[in-house]
Design a protein around this ligand. Structure first.
Ligand code: SF4
Length: 236
């Protein structure tokens, strides 16, 4: 099977949630946070890969890629839209003074793991003046993580493993660019643990293939299906 970070993460959160989404076709409805995050990601991707680096161009990408779904009413949507403009304006100022060079955007990787394929898409890869590679992930939540949290970030570590195995690229730095919070937090990448992560991805892919979807109720309080899942331990 092909396993992405999203599939791996959701399976580890709760195997039954994985089944609901990827076997039964349940959808997680958009909410203000997810709709806002997707819109920002789409605008950034278009602006970073386009030729015009002006703020007006960035705002135009936001306008044309804005997802209106997920907001309770137009007033709430307008509030989130203003927030997106403020975040992108700040991002634009920082981007203009950055000294590193962007070498890849939305960089895809695929590598074989046992009978399976591991696939991912890295938001951005930069190369600093010293030649070191930096993997960057854009986050749109309100708070910035600590350096320790970035060093342990499951998604960035999954991508760093993929960058090495599939692209022959050895990242020195992992960075979370918190677009809304207006902060970039970086941590040195430590390759220790790569073998354990690869073994865990392999184990998860094997269990998915074998149809093992036991509920893991410790995740229920944060689950989008907690209201109607038959195994929910956190029904509102
Ligand atoms: S409500 Fe609990 S058991 Fe059901 S899918 Fe979500 S996390 Fe799993």
């Amino acid at each position: 099977m092909e396993i992405s970070y999203t599939r791996y993460r959701i399976y580890r959160e709760c195997p039954y949630k994985y089944k609901l989404i990827f076997r039964d076709g349940r959808k997680i409805p958009l909410n203000p946070k997810s709709s806002f995050g997707l819109s920002l990601h789409r605008a950034l991707e278009a602006w970073l890969s386009g030729g015009d680096d002006s703020l007006e161009a960035l705002f135009e990408h936001l306008r044309s890629r804005w997802l209106p779904g997920g907001y309770p009413d137009e007033t709430a949507e307008a509030r989130w839209y203003s927030k997106a403009e403020r975040a992108l304006s700040r991002f634009h100022g920082e981007e203009m003074s950055r000294r590193s060079r962007t070498i890849a955007l939305e960089k895809e990787f695929v590598w074989p793991l046992g009978r399976h394929e591991v696939r991912g898409m890295i938001d951005r890869v930069d190369q600093g003046p010293d030649g070191a590679y930096e993997l960057i992930d854009y986050k749109t939540g309100p708070a910035a993580p600590s350096e320790e949290q970035v060093a342990r970030d499951g998604q960035l570590r999954f991508y760093a493993l993929g960058a090495g195995r599939a692209l022959g690229l050895k990242p020195a730095l992992l960075t979370v660019d918190c677009v809304t919070a207006g902060r970039r937090v970086s941590a040195a990448y430590d390759r220790a643990g790569e073998e354990a992560l690869a073994a865990d991805i392999l184990a998860a892919a094997g269990d998915i293939e074998a149809g093992r979807f036991e509920p893991k109720t410790s995740y229920c309080p944060r689950c989008d299906f907690r209201a109607d899942c038959p195994f929910s331990a956190a029904r509102p």
